[in-house]
Design a protein around this ligand. Structure first.
Ligand code: GCW
Length: 677
């Protein structure tokens, strides 16, 4: 009895602590919970989506009454809305229920970031129709390139047991306007298309629907053969075509608003139409035809490359340009932002703008496969913006990747943008508190690609931590410089893919012959020799520069005009080549690596000085991650400089910190002890 009392007292005394536990699970959704003024919410009609909008406002909105008005005449806004305030109320109007939900979240964001809501007139139309996350989640619960625990989808429990996180996930996405999700890995198990799994998918789709989110699936091209024993999966085989038609029918019976398929075909061992001598267009069109009657789409990936062919950076164009105009209008070619693979810095993929008669969409990677996993603080808005704002010159000056893909320059039936997401079942969703900002950023840019990195960082910090300027200013500075810092300590001046190939985390420039595939070794990309460093993609080399429209082909192709930050991407540069700032390439390389390390050291100091503004748990967790981050940055700098020095035979400038380890010691750092969770 006595013990029971003691335990109850203990629990009671812990309650306030628990209520304030800041474990990051609430993401940026820290709306105030105590409405002080009127909570009057007026709605024109009822629906599951309206109920959510109303509930969010009723529980968190502190201002004057809000009217939610569905106005069918506002179709031109697509998923967008108008927010307008007058003397006694704020009116949210939209052509769709989802638009009203987005408007409600917008209003709450204004409140949370301290914006005056007295005289509002805001009109928003999203940049893209389909704002879609790609989960590389496997059916066994693991996540390819996931660094935040296991999959959110508990397939073994579905459809009977529904984790509360499914709804929280949908809410977080809706709050930033994300309206679509591909649930499974592009390296797709055919299993996902079995009746058993489709019922599980339906359960998720039912939860996501009121939040305006449609479900899509990655399809394995061999599904007809693997699942139902057809002799092949040839897209010209009538039986195969009928199989897909039936499968699609079965899906729509369960999920009437199913979005469509994402396909990785004939890439890295995945099956595809080329197995039967058919083209990517043949394969994509077969699926498109099956989906067409229901309004579904096919996102067909351009990430295809083979070790036997040309420079890997050229292969997307080589494969897809001859097929331009052959795709159905419900097919979109999904193109990774760069021509190789989500490196810290790449030029934009030259396929953007090159297809004149085929819809194109960008694939970004939100999960930090090549950017220090969820251990490094790297804010990705500057990377995403750099790509979206890149001028391809395809239709003359001003033909940015954004304008090619958002329908401005290429009228498209549907426009879309995708991001390989970084979520997992970790309490804080993304593994690093700051990695949440990248999920947030993807949503915000998909909604409005004209937002600046600064605006996005500002909002996110205020919502996630505090609007106190003493915190916002230094932390914003840290976020905004963090991507460039990462480029510097990993792969400055256009270096790329010099990772240790078995984990893509630490340095591995010394990996010269680990794989049968040449294009999976670092040497293929950096080409260090006694003369210099870098991949010659000019006329004397692979001539990948020729895939860019004028004047970029010349700008990149000429070592004098090529921007420093891409010089080793396009040129094999002599060690003593004079860079634009007068330093030799070797010295500049050394200083860049060093600058990256110094920057991360600075972040440690900034963060420590932020302690008074942050709750203890998140403070400690970020502090611990920054320690790893700093150690890794040093590991990168010392490993790469000592290795490249064996070719340059030049001294590391004397004002740069020396390595405490020899190259041989650094090479022995085991990958597994570096992959901290
Ligand atoms: O970046 C590479 C990854 C693979 C991934 C592949 C792809 C899903 O290392 O893990 O596979 O790209 O995008 O298909």
């Amino acid at each position: 009895m006595k013990n029971k009392v003691k335990i109850s007292i203990l629990i009671l005394s812990l309650l306030p602590l628990l209520a304030w536990a800041e474990d990051g699970s609430r993401l940026w959704l820290r709306f105030s919970d105590k409405p002080q003024q009127s909570k009057e919410i007026i709605t024109t009609h009822r629906s599951p989506t309206m109920d959510i909008a109303e509930k969010e406002l009723a529980s968190h909105w502190n201002g004057k009454p809000v009217e939610l008005r569905l106005d069918k005449k506002l179709k031109r806004l697509k998923d967008g809305y108008i927010i307008q305030s007058d003397k006694d109320k704020i009116c949210l109007s939209a052509g769709k229920d989802a638009g009203l939900l987005y408007a409600a979240y917008h209003l709450l964001r204004l409140q949370q970031t301290g914006v005056d809501t007295e005289n509002l007139y805001i009109e928003e139309i999203p940049s893209y129709d389909v704002r879609i996350l790609n989960h590389w989640d496997n059916l066994n619960g693991s996540i390819e390139r996931g660094y935040a625990g296991r999959s959110l989808w508990k397939w073994e429990e579905l459809p009977g047991k529904l984790s509360p996180r499914y709804q929280e996930y949908a809410r977080a996405n809706a709050s930033v306007g994300i309206n679509a999700t591909v649930l499974n890995n592009v390296n797709a198990s055919p299993q996902i298309l079995t009746g058993e799994y489709l019922h599980k998918v339906k359960a998720l789709a039912d939860i996501f629907r009121p939040y305006g989110i449609k479900v899509y699936l990655s399809a394995n091209f061999s599904s007809p053969k693997v699942l139902d024993g057809l002799p092949d999966s040839d897209p010209m085989n009538k039986e195969v075509r009928a199989w897909w038609k039936n499968k699609v029918k079965e899906i729509y019976r369960l999920i009437p608003d199913f979005g469509g398929f994402l396909v990785k075909a004939n890439s890295e061992g995945q099956p595809g139409p080329q197995d039967y001598g058919r083209t990517h267009a043949d394969g994509a069109n077969m699926l498109a035809d099956a989906l067409k009657p229901y309004g579904g789409i096919v996102m067909w990936r351009a990430f295809v490359y083979s070790p036997t062919k040309d420079d890997r950076a050229k292969q997307a164009c080589l494969e897809f340009m001859p097929l331009d105009g052959q795709f159905r209008d419900n097919v979109i070619i999904q193109i990774k932002n760069g021509p190789v693979d989500f490196q810290p810095r790449e030029p934009f993929n030259p396929l953007f703008g090159s297809l004149k008669k085929t819809a194109e969409m960008v694939e970004f990677q939100i999960t930090q496969e090549y950017l220090g996993f969820s251990n490094h603080l790297v804010f990705l808005a500057p990377l995403f913006k750099e790509v979206l704002d890149s001028d391809t010159y395809s239709d003359g000056s001003g033909s940015t990747v954004a304008k090619i893909t958002d329908g401005t320059l290429r009228p498209a039936k549907v426009t879309a943008i995708s991001g390989v997401v970084n979520t997992g079942d970790d309490v804080n969703w993304c593994g690093h508190h700051f990695a949440q900002s990248n999920w947030y950023t993807f949503g915000r840019l998909a909604w409005n690609h004209q937002l600046t990195s600064e605006q996005i960082a500002d909002e996110w910090i205020k919502m996630t931590f505090t609007p106190d300027e003493a915190f916002v200013k230094p932390v914003k500075e840290m976020m905004l410089t963090s991507r460039e810092a990462c480029v510097d300590y990993m792969m400055p001046l256009g270096l790329h893919h010099i990772f240790s190939s078995n984990h893509h985390y630490g340095p591995g420039p010394w990996e010269e012959q680990l794989h049968i595939r040449r294009d999976w070794t670092s040497r293929y990309y950096h080409n260090a020799d006694a003369e210099g460093l870098g991949f010659d993609r000019t006329k004397t080399g692979s001539n990948a520069v020729a895939q860019y429209f004028p004047p970029l082909d010349d700008t990149y192709g000429n070592i004098v005009t090529c921007p420093d930050n891409l010089i080793l991407w396009f040129h094999h540069v002599p060690w003593k080549y004079k860079m634009k700032n007068g330093r030799t390439m070797w010295d500049e390389l050394c200083y860049r690596y060093d600058a990256g390390v110094k920057q991360v050291r600075e972040y440690q100091k900034i963060w420590d000085s932020m302690q008074p503004y942050v709750d203890e748990q998140r403070f400690q967790e970020v502090q611990a991650k920054l320690r790893l981050h700093a150690r890794d940055a040093v590991w990168w700098k010392d490993g790469c400089l000592l290795y490249f020095q064996t070719y340059s035979n030049l001294p590391i400038p004397y004002d740069i910190e020396r390595s405490a380890y020899s190259l041989e010691e650094i090479k022995k750092v085991r990958p597994d002890i570096r992959i901290y969770k």
